[in-house]
Design a protein around this ligand. Structure first.
Ligand code: SF4
Length: 458
């Protein structure tokens, strides 16, 4: 596992759930989705997640009041006997990150929001890269000062859906761009003499995620800047397909030895994420040799999370390595006959081998999401027919929403007021809809498009 150049002689340094140096267990985290200002609800949710086994929790910090609430939350957790680290998730505001760094054990910043776009300067070309790097350094300097003073770690949390313009202009939007922007921040922090760093490079597509982390691991080794990595597939969604996507990204990386911590992002309550994350951690080491019998593979047991984790751990490397082309799964311990079929189909789809269902990209929701995203995705799944090859993005806010929706056929984006904007591709069709209206409008629009597509031309 990676060892950071901490610049100190300390063998082990805890940086908010990630001890550096030596062998350590893989840690699992989740994120709250209660309103940031509702300390009581956030406290109760954190406690449920910690009791379920979360090693630490992340809290969205959308505004100054949320920083105040974070302080109360920390105090409340300590009073209740929970001393696990808290991570503040900050976007768009360098000022908020400075305030949060005085309270949280770790601050996650997103390079896409910490760069010239956020400071009002447009950097879109190669010639602007130096200017961008200068701005990055000057914006990070005060944060490193506060983090040093308070012993706070920083996570460079890159997300494929919110890359900065100056990097997109040179590298596009794929894994290479994710690595470049992460390296840019890593270089800036270490140039400033700051080493309590964790890096993450998440995409909603598991294969892009895996590629980005593998490239990053190589790059960090080459540049002799090795730091712990926090992994996860962002906006994986819910249900079986969400679990399979998350499992694919996380398990294949764990099998490579990548991932000091991870989050199995699901549009489910944090305690359900933690239960699934623990299943991934317990099963990722399983491996299987190529099967000759065409009759299929049988997995016993009645824990769905555990079965998904084990099936992905064993079958995904074979599928991606071309040693298994199609497969039948049998799970006699699960009474629902659709379960093994859905797991096999979701895995084939996540591996990019066969599309049998609509691809849903759904954010897990957090303090920035002002509508009930779980209800919306549940309703959409009930109302819409399967559309293999098509993608629908349902996103809570503007952090990663516009980026994901731009890559989808249809999208719903939450606004700060709790309403939803409806998209067809990149074009916004209607804005300011109540969730029930947005569901109606999306269903009508998609069904109309499908009718149009199936009407023979004269
Ligand atoms: S996109 Fe979703 S999970 Fe991400 S910050 Fe916005 S509401 Fe939270």
């Amino acid at each position: 596992m990676v060892m950071a150049n901490t610049g100190t002689s300390a063998a082990v340094v805890d940086i908010g759930g990630v001890p550096l140096g030596g062998n350590f267990p893989i840690r699992v985290q989740s994120m709250t989705d209660t309103p940031a200002h509702d300390v009581k609800a956030t406290l109760a949710q954190c406690i449920r997640a910690f009791e379920a086994g979360a090693d630490y929790m992340r809290i969205g910090i959308p505004d100054k009041a949320a920083v105040h609430a974070l302080g109360q939350l920390k105090k409340g957790l300590k009073q209740s006997g929970f001393h696990q680290p808290l991570i503040a998730d900050v976007h768009f505001s360098a000022t908020l990150s400075l305030q949060a760094a005085r309270i949280a054990d770790k601050v996650r910043i997103n390079p896409g929001n910490y760069t010239p776009r956020a400071s009002g300067t447009i950097c879109s070309g190669q010639q602007d890269r130096l200017k961008a790097q200068e701005i990055i350094r000057s914006r990070l300097k005060p944060l490193t000062g506060v983090c040093r003073e308070y012993g706070t770690a920083i996570r460079i949390g890159t997300n494929a859906a919110s890359l900065p313009q100056h990097v997109i202009a040179s590298y596009g939007r794929g894994a290479e761009a994710m690595v470049e922007v992460t390296m840019e921040f890593l270089q800036a922090l270490t140039d400033l003499g700051f080493y309590r760093i964790v890096v993450s490079l998440k995409a909603s597509d598991p294969l892009t995620t895996i590629r980005a982390y593998r490239l990053m691991a190589e790059r960090m080794k080459k540049e002799k800047l090795q730091f712990p990595m926090h992994t996860g597939v962002t906006e994986a969604g819910e249900g079986i397909s969400g679990r399979v996507k998350s499992a694919l990204g996380i398990i294949l990386l764990l099998q490579d030895g990548i991932g000091a911590t991870f989050r199995a992002s699901l549009t489910d309550p944090p305690e359900a994420e933690i239960a699934f994350a623990k299943a991934l951690r317990s099963n990722y080491r399983f491996a299987r040799t190529p099967q000759s019998e065409a009759s299929g593979m049988t997995y016993t047991g009645n824990n769905k999370d555990g079965l998904i984790a084990r099936i992905v751990a064993e079958c995904a490397p074979l599928l991606l390595g071309g040693k298994l082309s199609d497969f039948d799964l049998h799970t006699p311990g699960i009474s629902d006959p659709r379960f093994p079929v859905a797991v096999a189909e979701s895995l084939m789809q996540a591996c990019g081998l066969k599309s049998t269902a609509t691809e849903f990209v759904v954010c897990p929701g957090c303090a920035r999401c002002n509508f009930n995203i779980r209800e919306v995705i549940g309703e959409l799944r009930k109302r819409l027919p399967e559309m293999p090859g098509r993608k629908i993005a349902v996103m809570g806010c503007a952090v990663n929403g516009p980026g994901e929706i731009a890559e989808a056929n249809y999208g719903l984006l939450g606004t700060p007021a709790g309403s939803l904007n409806l998209y067809r591709g990149k074009r916004m069709v209607v804005s300011g809809l109540e969730p029930a209206e947005a569901l109606e409008a999306m269903e009508e629009m998609i069904k109309r498009d499908l009718r149009k597509a199936s009407t023979p031309r004269e």
